[in-house]
Design a protein around this ligand. Structure first.
Ligand code: ATP
Ligand code: MG
Length: 338
């Protein structure tokens, strides 16, 4: 990834939310306790998560592996059923939308996958891959029209015209991700969940793909939930950033506030591992290395989930779960010590 820009995109979060999630919890059953049965045990993958995203805005969702990012992304797209909570899109509650209405809704909400190698069928040409959603949804009049639409999408995504008749293996990781983005855009969606879209790519091409997503957002007025596992990738593209720890949201704020004034001790630790392009500043900065166990997501203990690794832990954190509260304007934090 190239150096992050010194300034972040300005917030455009002025109108009613485009996407809104309230009290989202997702549990997965993972068998029963005891050999002869007993009670079903659950992975508490996501616990009471709430956020909203304005039209044309990017919310960066950051957390370490297993923190529940993909689960949230898939739930928002209605690909996983929530255990509790509501999901709204364009002001409508879509939590229980089904059948034809759900299929119609899905057109407007697309996913860009992490791994451009695994997500594209190697036996299909780029034309077939990108045209597929157009054909399934009846948005191509005839083969010529499909080909023209695909050529236009590929062009928008910075790919040469001769891309159409080739197979995915003929492309580099960055180009494949561009094909994946073109496919996600085929149905002209309004909202995109980009699930670690650059994590599998060479560092040298990450910034190009992030820039492409940013340009497309401007051109097509897209709303993004942009998932990443560290803070170095999201700064450039996010208007606001949400930090997730073990299935719970611990901080959400405008991007500049997260970088200039992180308030949750976990955010501070995450930020301390982001390289600063200025060597003297980098030397001066204290790297916070977290020790302690990550809580087991199967029936996690009560209290704050960060208690086992937190430098600020005190008695209250063991029995009570801190709620996300507005500690500064537009800056919400879930911590008793802040
Ligand atoms: N279908 C499933 N059944 C059981 N447990 C699951 C399932 N899907 C996810 N989990 C568990 O839910 C938790 C959150 O997983 P998730 O994939 O959302 O994390 P993530 O933040 O996307 O991680 P990564 O950065 O590795 O992609 C993990 O503990 C995971 O093992
Ligand atoms: Mg994931």
């Amino acid at each position: 990834m190239a150096e992050p820009l010194a300034t972040e995109p300005k917030s455009v979060h002025t109108t009613a939310p485009h996407v809104e999630v309230r009290g989202l919890s997702i549990r997965f059953p993972v068998g029963r306790s005891g050999f002869w049965g007993g009670t079903t045990r659950y992975v508490h993958a996501v616990d009471e998560v709430s956020f909203s995203i304005g039209r044309g805005e990017t919310l960066g969702l950051v957390g370490e592996s297993g923190s529940g990012k993909t689960t949230i992304g898939r739930a928002v797209l209605r690909r996983i059923e929530p255990s509790a909570g509501t999901i709204s899109f364009r002001g409508d509650d879509i939590t229980t939308t089904k059948g034809k209405q759900l299929r119609e809704l899905r057109r407007h909400m697309q996913l860009v996958f992490q791994d451009p190698y695994a997500s594209l069928n190697p036996r299909k040409t780029v034309l077939e891959l990108v045209a597929e959603p157009l054909i399934v949804h009846g948005l191509a009049l005839n083969p010529k029209d499909a080909r023209e639409q695909v050529a236009d999408l590929l062009h928008r995504c910075g790919l040469p015209a001769d891309t159409v008749d080739r197979y995915p293996h003929a492309f580099s990781g960055g180009q494949r991700q561009r094909i994946g983005i073109a496919r996600a855009l085929a149905l002209r969606p309004e909202f995109i969940v980009a699930d670690e879209p650059v994590s599998a790519l060479d560092v040298s091409v990450r910034a190009q793909v992030v820039n492409l997503l940013q340009d497309l957002q401007q051109e097509l007025a897209l709303t993004y939930l942009f998932i990443a596992h560290d803070l170095s990738v999201v700064r450039h593209i996010s208007h606001r950033i949400a930090i997730l720890y073990a299935g719970r949201m611990v901080e959400i704020a405008p991007t500049h506030a997260v970088y200039d004034n992180p308030m949750h001790p976990y955010t501070e630790a995450l930020l301390s591992s982001v390289p600063i392009p200025d060597p003297p500043l980098q030397r001066e900065r204290r790297r916070i290395v977290l020790t302690g166990e990550i809580p087991n997501p199967v029936d996690p203990p009560p209290g704050c989930r960060f208690q086992t690794r937190c430098p600020l832990v005190h008695d209250r954190c063991h029995g009570e779960t801190p709620k996300l509260e507005e500690k500064q304007p537009d800056h919400l934090v879930a911590c008793f010590a802040r």
